[in-house]
Design a protein around this ligand. Structure first.
Ligand code: GAR
Length: 230
């Protein structure tokens, strides 16, 4: 089985790009659809450049039922198996969450459950982390449910907050990690769905052992998968 992945994005789509690059030529998964709530989203342009169907499904001012119907129709038309939210700033309609239960994954630019919830997206997350005086932030990949930034955590990776950081410098440091962990985790989820055994290292590392390697970004997929709960 080759897993057909839909990516939902509202913004520039750098995480989408990391997924497009990862799955450009893989037998077990491919990006088959990109959906955005914004017609001008950079993500739609990236999809078009990669030859992937790109769809604008407006959300503002429309009843949830209409958004849900359009989304479910689009997912069915492309025979989508798995959805990755990559900077998608809307709540996924409940009927879609229900239909794709356990098959929608999100990336969040902080260590959930801290700094999540309604209104906590993009730059605002990093501003809140700085304001709270945190020494550490990070990235979280998790399954979604009907609420913002809840649902079972699959993998997290820490990122240091450094003296003099602004929201922009912190966002860039976290984004570098996002681009490593999101494709690795989606790849492992897709392999598991395709029936492949996920290659978890025999002696599963604890998060502490993994991070003590002292790497600013995950050195390889194995380190990410060692701590992931897929
Ligand atoms: C990423 O940092 C992603 O984690 C965040 O939006 C950014 C999108 O960047 N998502 C959230 O804050 C969701 N709550 P991108 O468009 O370059 O991938």
């Amino acid at each position: 089985m080759s897993v057909r992945l839909a990516v939902f994005a509202s913004g520039g789509g750098s995480n989408l790009q990391a997924l497009l690059d990862r799955f450009a030529d893989t037998p077990h998964a491919k990006v088959a659809l990109v959906v955005s709530d914004r017609s001008g989203a950079g993500a739609l342009a990236r999809a078009e450049s990669a030859g992937v169907p790109a769809l604008h499904i407006p959300v503002s001012g429309r009843p949830d039922t209409d958004v849900a119907r359009d989304t479910i129709d689009a997912l069915a038309a492309e025979r989508i198996d798995l959805i990755a939210l990559a900077g998608y700033l809307r709540l996924v309609p409940a009927p879609v969450v229900e239909k794709f239960h356990g098959r929608i994954v999100n990336i969040h630019p902080a260590l959930l459950p801290a700094f999540g919830g309604p209104g906590m997206y993009g730059r605002r997350v990093h501003e809140a982390v700085l304001e709270a005086g945190c020494c550490v932030t990070g990235a979280t990949v998790h399954y979604i449910d009907e609420r913002y930034d809840e649902g079972r955590i699959i993998a997290q990776w820490p990122v240091p907050v450094l003296p003099g950081d602004s929201a922009a410098t912190l966002a860039a440091r976290v984004l570098e990690v996002e681009h490593r962990i999101y494709p690795a985790v989606i790849d492992a989820v897709a392999r598991a769905m395709a029936g492949d055994r996920v290659a978890v290292p025999e002696s599963r590392l604890t998060a502490t052992e993994t991070f003590q390697a002292g790497d600013a970004v995950p050195p390889d997929d194995q380190h990410i998968i060692a701590i992931a709960r897929i």
